[in-house]
Ligand binder design. Structure first.
Ligand SMILES: Cc1ncc(COP(=O)(O)O)c(C=O)c1O
Length: 488
């Protein structure tokens, strides 16, 4: 009896359909991107909701070309384009082209880097990249790590490893010790730290806020005092989380000074370098990460400052053996007796994309120095923008940037702080609705600030001045509306 060969599944006998499908998708994308002039169309939620709801998912179009055109209308025509130079909102980057070639291979081959028998060389490539990253951090040969879905997952895994290390040396049962575990971080640390504490079953007050130096960086003296305080109160210090590139201010905690404190107290030292990891390949600013080699674990988001498509992140640990504590074995997958490398032993996921190939292709095509240069360029640009804003009387700028974020607001003479706080979120919303530029917003010290996050080295000072002019124009319009009454 002859077998059934589906014409819809990728195989050696469907290559015409495959190449045509991929070619059509890339041609359609190129066609759309050619005409893109701004980061967003400005479509409202209601408009897009109606369009998506109108699609009958039980009536297939039966043709890739037709489905692609529908998707172009629904998705591409209203996508948020991170490559547009006036997209300066969140930590999203334009992506390296070699990584996009890798995406084509990753999806079609569909390797899963959980076990050797589902990935083979994929596992080895991932391991080489972890070793390479560990080398850049300054870890020795005992280092290890794993690719993850993002900084949130990397931080969660770091906290899991820290929890297990802490529990391994306490005498009381786990259920007695867990509520006493404490994590030390500043309020500037990423929200995934607190989220991880919750997921790991820690107490509601498990994250101890360590005071900063007034500029958003962890104060090492305050950290030492906080650790002593927790011990005195019967708590168990579990981890210190330093951030190398805080989400809002881009600040780098004094990693070099924090390391010895963690070592002295025997506390797991995690560095969240989700944003600042680009410094690992910088030729001009690598020194900003001095001391990172003392960490027990480091979060590295290649999909932020290494110009990789989402998802691409890793947790890298100094002592590889610490990952063994979380290994769980299954006879059908990764039995204890396995003689081949099974990455699932070290991962929170089972089936896992071979995202590492994107970074591999990027390093093998353009090299790490180019990535470092791109990151250095955006940091330079943030400093230039800061200097420019200092000379513009219509704007107030919070502080000098460390990396590539900048907090500022429109506040000409005569506009009160209260009016400004009320105006800024409305202004940001209007800007998004217009679509010509996208900026972020955040609250610092109870006040609302607009935020530039620069990751696109193609964003020029001219582009940024245009965005500031757009903001100025919208602000003038909003403040002159009769109902606004925002001027003091
Ligand atoms: C400092 C920091 N850590 C972690 C994360 C989380 O990364 P992801 O969005 O990849 O989960 C972010 C995201 O912006 C971040 O800024």
């Amino acid at each position: 009896m002859e077998g059934f060969a589906s014409p819809h599944l990728f195989s050696g006998s469907t290559l015409d359909a495959y190449t045509s499908g991929v070619w059509h998708a890339s041609a359609l994308l190129a066609d759309r991107v050619k005409t893109v002039r701004q980061p967003y169309s400005g479509a409202s939620v209601t408009e897009l909701q109606e369009q998506v709801d109108a699609v009958d998912l039980d009536r297939p179009l039966g043709d890739t070309g037709a489905a692609l055109h529908e998707v172009a209308r629904l998705y591409l025509d209203n996508a948020i384009w991170f490559h547009e130079p006036t997209y300066v909102a969140h930590l999203n980057c334009p992506v390296a082209i070699p990584a996009l070639s890798a995406e084509v291979l990753i999806s079609a081959v569909n390797s899963s880097v959980d076990t050797w028998d589902q990935s083979a060389t994929g596992t080895l490539i991932e391991r080489r990249l972890i070793d390479w990253t560990a080398g850049r951090i300054g870890f020795g040969p005992g280092a290890d790590g794993i690719f993850t879905s993002g900084g949130t997952q990397s931080n969660l895994q770091a906290m899991l490893l820290a929890r297990e290390e802490a529990l391994a040396v306490v005498s009381e049962p786990r259920e007695v010790a867990i509520p006493r575990l404490r994590i030390f971080a500043t309020t500037e640390s990423h929200f995934s730290v607190g989220k991880s504490a919750g997921i790991l079953g820690l107490a509601a007050d498990a994250v101890v806020a360590v005071a900063t130096d007034g500029d958003g960086r962890m104060d090492p003296g305050a950290l030492a005092a906080a650790i002593d305080g927790v011990r005195r109160d019967g708590g168990i210090p579990m981890a210190v989380v330093a951030t190398a590139g805080t989400t809002d201010l881009g600040r780098i905690d004094p990693v070099k000074a924090i390391g010895p404190i963690c070592a002295e107290h025997g506390i797991w030292f995690h560095v969240d370098a989700a944003y600042g990891c680009g410094l690992l390949v910088s030729t001009r600013r690598r020194h900003l990460l001095e001391g990172i080699e003392q960490a027990d674990s480091v979060t590295v988001d290649y999909h932020k400052s290494f110009y990789q498509p989402v998802s691409s992140s890793a947790i890298v640990v100094r002592r590889g053996e610490t990952m063994r504590r979380i290994a769980v074995h299954a006879d059908y997958l990764n039995p204890r007796t396995a003689t081949v490398p099974n990455q699932v032993d070290k991962s929170l996921q089972t089936t896992r994309r071979f995202d590492a190939l994107k970074l591999w292709m990027t390093l093998r095509t353009i090299g790490s120095e180019q990535i470092g240069d791109m990151f250095d360029t955006v940091v330079d640009r943030a400093h230039e923008t800061w200097e420019h804003l200092l000379t513009d009387p219509d704007f107030e700028v919070l502080t000098e940037p460390t990396l590539s974020t900048l907090l500022f607001r429109f506040r000409p003479e005569g506009l009160s702080v209260e009016a400004c706080d009320e105006l800024m979120p409305r202004l940001r919303q209007e800007l998004f609705r217009d679509g010509q530029a996208i900026v972020a917003g955040t609250t610092v010290g109870g006040h609302y600030w607009l935020k530039f996050t620069l990751l696109n080295p193609n964003t020029t000072m001219g582009n940024l001045k245009d965005v500031l002019d757009l903001i100025r124009g919208i602000a003038h319009r909003l403040t002159s509306e009769p109902t606004a009454a925002v001027m003091a």
